[in-house]
Ligand binder design. Sequence first.
Ligand SMILES: [Zn+2]
Length: 332
Amino acid sequence: MPDKDLLILGIDLGGTKILTSVINPGGEMFSRDHTVTPAAKGPDGVIQAIVESAERALEGASIAIDRVSAVGVGAPGLADTEAGLLFTSPNLPGWKDVPLRDIIQKKLKKKAFLINDGNAAALGEYCFGAAKGVSHFIYVTISTGIGGGIVVDGKVLNGFKGMAGEIGHMVISDEGPLCHCGNRGCWEALASGTALAKAARKLIETGADTTILSLADGKIEDVTAQTVQSAAEKGDSIANQLILKVAYYFGVGVANLINIFNPEMIVIGGGLSNMGERLFKPAHEVVKERAFNRAYGTVRFVKAALGRNSGVLGAAAFAFDEMKRAGFKLGA
Ligand SMILES: [Zn+2]
């Protein structure tokens, strides 16, 4: 059992997974509960899964909910942090204006706070990870989608109602592919793992000469970003071209962010970042070419340090900050 006084229950709700943990102000995690997000079951089913995950995380840390000061929830999609509403989430079908914060508060009988998952992850890297002490940085996660958060003057840029930082939905190409947000040519519709897999499937359907399909056992629906990566590693030129295209669009988006925010650091995480130089070397060339020289010359590119824990740690850090801001007595 943790002997620290101040504890927060952090919840990272993702489109595919939920991670819940008991965390102290130093970012120590006393338990970890991973579970699959039953997204198809809609809000009720997902909230039930969150509550059960919370119970297991508390059990894992051998503490009762009474010992926790507050609950911090990071959730995907457009969230109003002040009202505690999750307006909509491209990754969670059936969610519309769900008062997630208040529901969690009621179910767990504990003060709760809601933050967008990308902003939570940025806060996590700021408080405990790669951007510790860096006042101007942008966190970019590139995996099935592109998410992130913007830290300006040491504060996560939440915007007027908490909806800022949706970097994955900046429009890069106005006639680009349809994004699942409903718009066209968003950054994540062009430069994410999903975008890479989709582009590969499209080429396979047109009869392109590539080994990608055979690496997915001949099943086109099983072609993923990883399949394309494996093919590229084996020297498949089509796979390499597909990755170069994603790298190009990734670079364009990063150049935009540099020109707008003049960050000191760009922290990059997410599954696709494991591609390493194959993706980032060509992307850097594009950034160098397109961003203002002065701004490019001073920015550092750094790997995210917290991996899958960034969101849950950031959600907890957000709850700590909000509790302090509101003058709650912590540890009571
Ligand atoms: Zn979009």
